[in-house]
Design a protein around this ligand. Structure first.
Ligand SMILES: NC(=O)c1ccc[n+]([C@@H]2O[C@H](COP(=O)([O-])OP(=O)(O)OC[C@H]3O[C@@H](n4cnc5c(N)ncnc54)[C@H](O)[C@@H]3O)[C@@H](O)[C@H]2O)c1
Length: 335
């Protein structure tokens, strides 16, 4: 059986994907900066039927990437290693963002090209590519919403999707772009390389530390999340499509979560004795920072449906599942 390479596979999205791949018996190679998987991943993933290899390495190292392909047959690639820089990091070290998110991805494609035998590449893009457009479009549509990325991260993701598709075409690789919405759920932790951890993780952390969660004053802005386990299934749909109906696909929930936060956090409070949450009063500083303060459009998911995928969890079902995961030992991995 050909292996599936996931660069950045020990990160948040990567671990959800790796878990889903192992659950269906795949041979998965995780390549990334980690020398070990974070707890409780070794125990959880070790029970699944697939085979997991962890290869520590850096996507800026072409020789290391070549060696990954030389040592085993790789049939599909998720070049997901990334630095998700906030304003401070992009100002201080713009080269790191470009080196990993763009050049690292291209290096991974080069190694795939040279090895041969790769039947599908799933390129990781982001809702961040919509940038300015997200504030002026109620629905973020792959075909009609102009990408106007703001952050350097968003710029690299757009460059990676366009450049990745271009090079894949030139090099005979079959690539599909996943424009991933803001994710939360199991395995989200601080890798030290992502400055935009979700407000959901912050609320979960507060609850499990016995702290009150104080959110910004109501109402909270329109925002479209995707539950990480749904996202992983969407990525599998892009991997499996024999004749992809589209080459650029949004993967998100396609709904505004703002009206659902209260029910979700109440559900958490019903599971974690003593946990309380509320909105900040006038002049009070919230303890939970939102990822976005302005209302944003939600991502269209009709194209994803053409791949046979739709999110299985509505907000409450997502939080019920996340709470189960946290309370079954996942909290160890929150960081
Ligand atoms: N989390 C989200 O909400 C979200 C949304 C849209 C897109 N994405 C995309 O999903 C992918 C994974 O992001 P994430 O949220 O899991 O981030 P993460 O920070 O949790 O994981 C990133 C992973 O990349 C690896 N990595 C970083 N630099 C590396 C390097 N130089 N060499 C090798 N490995 C390196 C890290 O070791 C880590 O395992 C990224 O491509 C990101 O752009 C994520």
């Amino acid at each position: 059986m050909d292996a599936i390479l996931v660069t950045g596979g020990a990160g948040f999205v990567g671990l959800n994907l790796v878990e889903a791949l192992l659950a269906r018996g795949e041979h998965v190679v995780v390549f990334g900066r980690e020398t070990a998987l974070p707890d409780p991943a070794p125990a959880v993933l070790g029970k699944l039927p697939g085979r997991l290899e962890l290869v520590p390495g850096d996507v800026t190292d072409a020789a290391a990437l070549r060696e990954v392909f030389r040592a085993r047959r790789i049939g599909a690639v998720f070049p997901f290693a990334a630095v998700t820089a906030g304003p401070g990091r992009e100002a201080a070290d713009p080269h790191a963002v470009l080196d990993v998110n763009l050049h690292g991805l291209i290096r991974t494609l080069e190694a795939a090209r040279d090895a041969g035998g790769v039947r599908r590449v799933v390129l990781p893009s982001s809702s961040a590519i919509y940038g300015e457009s997200a504030y002026s479009h109620a629905v973020l549509d792959e075909a009609t919403t102009p990408p106007v990325p703001i952050s350097l991260y968003g710029v690299t993701k757009y460059a990676a999707e366009r450049g990745g598709l271009r090079l894949a075409g030139l090099w005979g690789l079959d690539a599909v772009v996943a424009r991933i919405g803001p994710a939360f759920g199991p395995w989200e932790r601080d890798t030290g390389l992502r400055d935009t951890l979700s407000a959901h993780r912050a609320v979960a952390r507060a609850a499990l530390r016995g702290e009150e969660a104080v959110l910004p004053p109501a109402p909270l802005p329109t925002y479209d999340w995707v539950y990480s386990r749904d996202l992983a299934q969407g990525l599998l749909a892009l991997l499996d499509a024999r004749e992809p109906p589209h080459r650029v696909v949004n993967l998100s929930s396609g709904i505004d979560w703002a009206p659902h936060y209260a029910a979700c956090f109440d559900l958490l409070a019903s599971r974690v004795p003593g946990f309380r949450w509320r909105h900040a009063g006038p002049g009070e500083t919230p303890t939970i920072a939102l990822n976005e303060t302005r209302p944003r459009g939600v991502m269209a998911i009709a194209r994803a449906a053409d791949f046979g995928w739709r999110p299985r969890h509505d907000p409450l079902a997502a939080w019920a599942d996340y709470a189960d995961w946290l309370l079954a030992g996942g909290e160890a991995g929150l960081g």
